[in-house]
Design a protein around this ligand. Structure first.
Ligand code: SAH
Length: 223
């Protein structure tokens, strides 16, 4: 069953939610998001269910919001922007670093990508794993671990998306890109420059800088 058709009391997605979501999507479009597939995916995913109940007021504002373990669910515009940069086709293999609430993961799944995702906070990992099960979201692999290392056993990836601010580009992630694959990663400490790095050949990479954002930090080692 698709989440949008889910009618259990706890996981309700009503007309009211859909109305609020449509308004949010209009806002995201007005800020420059164009890809119809990304917009369609954003329309389908019930963002309020990825946040603790009682935060409905916040779920459909274009803002990041605190979730468990001192982390945040990314701002919808940022999710759309990063997803658009990935340029995914159905069946593409995509690696996500920083599963968090699972909202970005769900958008990638709606795009029919094969999703591999890593979260380093145990509390969030357990919570989100349970939530995915309830909602019927099925990433190919969801692991608790350190995203700096990527998932070498599953490489190469057509896309890699990092949803936390990295002080520098992890070499392992570059190595795990397919030729033609895209790494979308916010790089910096205080705030971050969004970078898209495309692997042109075994040894060549094209780098694009695409604006300033602010993320929670990508941390090494588990707590
Ligand atoms: N896409 C998520 C963003 C969550 S915030 C969402 O919209 O909900 C970033 C996430 O990256 C946090 O959950 C944080 O715990 C995680 N993270 C930080 N460093 C990491 C690392 N080295 N490996 C994997 N995940 C990491």
């Amino acid at each position: 069953m698709l989440p949008s058709q889910c009618n259990s009391n706890l996981l309700k997605d009503t007309l009211k939610h859909k109305g609020l979501r449509n308004k949010l999507i209009e806002e995201v479009i007005s800020k420059g998001i164009k890809d119809p597939l990304v917009i369609d995916a954003m329309r389908k995913v019930p963002r309020h269910l990825f946040m603790d109940s009682g935060f409905l007021e916040h779920a459909y504002q274009d803002k990041a919001f605190p979730i468990a373990a001192g982390q945040t669910i990314s701002q919808p515009y940022t999710v759309a922007f990063q997803t658009e940069l990935l340029q995914l086709k159905p069946r593409d293999k995509v690696l996500e670093i920083g599963t968090g609430s699972g909202y970005q993961t769900a958008i990638l799944l709606e795009l029919k990508a094969q999703v591999y995702t890593i979260e380093r906070q145990l509390e969030l990992f357990k919570k989100t794993r349970l939530f995915f099960d309830k909602m019927g979201y099925r990433p190919k692999k969801f692991i608790f671990g350190d995203g700096y290392k990527g998932m070498p056993d599953e490489a190469p990836f057509d896309g890699i998306i990092v949803t936390a601010g990295a002080p520098e580009v992890p070499k392992a992630l570059l190595q795990q890109l397919a030729i033609g694959g895209r790494l979308v990663i916010p790089v910096g400490v205080e705030d971050q420059e969004m970078m898209r790095i495309t692997r042109i050949s075994e040894t060549e990479f094209k780098r694009e800088q695409l604006g300033t954002f602010r993320f929670v930090p990508l941390l090494e080692d588990k707590n």
